[in-house]
Design a protein around this ligand. Structure first.
Ligand code: BDR
Ligand code: CA
Length: 313
């Protein structure tokens, strides 16, 4: 089978970084057409810089990185330095990137790339707020049929919220964009907190990354050392949840994950529950399924895949 063509849309973020590294380490399964940065965990100038830092850490200087939207479609930007640190990639000391950012706007890149492909042949992998994708779908609805699948990290149901009591960060930051995506009719796979909170970097798992004794292995371990304090304090969990790598791991080994095809709708009106992913897990609404909502992961299998692939870089 040929490698699946993807566009990674991202706001790095330590966990975004690991997701990108996993994709770049897996050319047999994943063909990264380009990376679009979006404002999210930190402002756009930093997410764009961090995306390039990560490509260079992987030794992939030829990956094209584009800057997309610097704010959500209809609300002020909310960032998460309290989780990811001032740079968004706190932990390791990594050199500033030398690779340039592309001139084209990220949204125009998404539109142009999809238009250049046959229907149903490009997968979108959003790892941050859905602003770039929502904007692209609004500006150029003709591209929607070109998308094979959207595999995204966002939302929560049983785990409720992490940025508000009701909402997960990526969906909360741009609920309007999320609503456009979930109503688009494109097949969607959702990696919500319900599954990502099961992909925890325990100490032995992080020691295994460090023991790779490569620039990548050590940087990933240092990112996790920084990133884990937040969830350990908040949830009393064993380590950092690797939210975004669930997306790229799914592209390589979908059998590691399980969930239900259900209806998922986004709250865009109530300030109290803004950005909530209302997931009809129990099938009580009769509304049509629009997403595979993932609930479980074989965590040992996930971490052994990560370790094996990161060792290649
Ligand atoms: C999501 O928000 C960000 O903090 C992470 O990078 C992840 O994409 C988890 O809620
Ligand atoms: Ca992210």
């Amino acid at each position: 089978m040929s490698a699946r063509k993807i566009i990674i849309d991202t706001d790095p973020g330590q966990d975004d970084a690991v997701a990108i590294l996993l994709a770049l380490a897996s050319p047999e399964e994943i063909d990264v057409l380009g990376i679009t940065a979006v404002a999210g965990n930190v402002p756009l100038n930093l997410t764009s810089k961090n995306a390039r830092i990560v490509c260079e850490l992987a030794g992939k200087h030829d990956v094209k990185v584009y800057e997309g939207c610097d704010r959500p479609m209809g609300r002020p930007l909310v960032t998460a330095e309290h989780v990811h640190g001032k740079t968004g990639l706190d932990g390791p000391t990594l050199p500033d990137p030398v690779m340039p950012v592309q001139d084209q706007h990220g949204v125009d890149y998404i539109i142009e790339t999809l238009r250049a492909h046959e229907a149903g042949t490009v997968t979108l992998c959003p790892l941050g707020p859905l602003t770039n994708i929502g904007t692209a779908f609004t500006k150029a609805p003709d591209i929607i049929e070109k998308v094979q699948e959207i595999v995204l990290m966002g939302g929560a149901y049983f785990e409720v919220g992490n940025i508000t009591p009701a909402a997960e960060f990526n969906i909360y930051v741009d609920p309007q964009a999320a609503d456009i995506v979930f109503k688009s009719g494109v097949p969607i796979v959702v990696m919500p907190l319900d599954v990502t909170h099961k992909a925890l970097v325990t100490k032995p798992r992080n020691d295994a990354f460090r023991a790779l004794n490569t620039d990548v292995g050590i940087a990933v371990a240092q990112m996790t050392d920084f990133f884990e304090r937040f969830d350990k304090e908040k949830y009393g969990s064993e380590g950092a949840p690797l939210h975004d790598p669930c997306v790229t791991a799914y592209l390589i080994k979908p059998e590691l994950f399980s969930g239900r095809h259900i209806n998922v709708e986004i709250e865009t009106q109530s300030e109290l529950t803004m950005g909530m992913t209302v997931a009809d897990w129990w099938g009580v609404t009769g509304r049509d399924a629009n997403a595979l909502f993932v609930g479980d992961v074989d965590a040992d299998g996930f971490f052994s895949l990560l370790k094996e692939r990161l060792a290649r870089l």
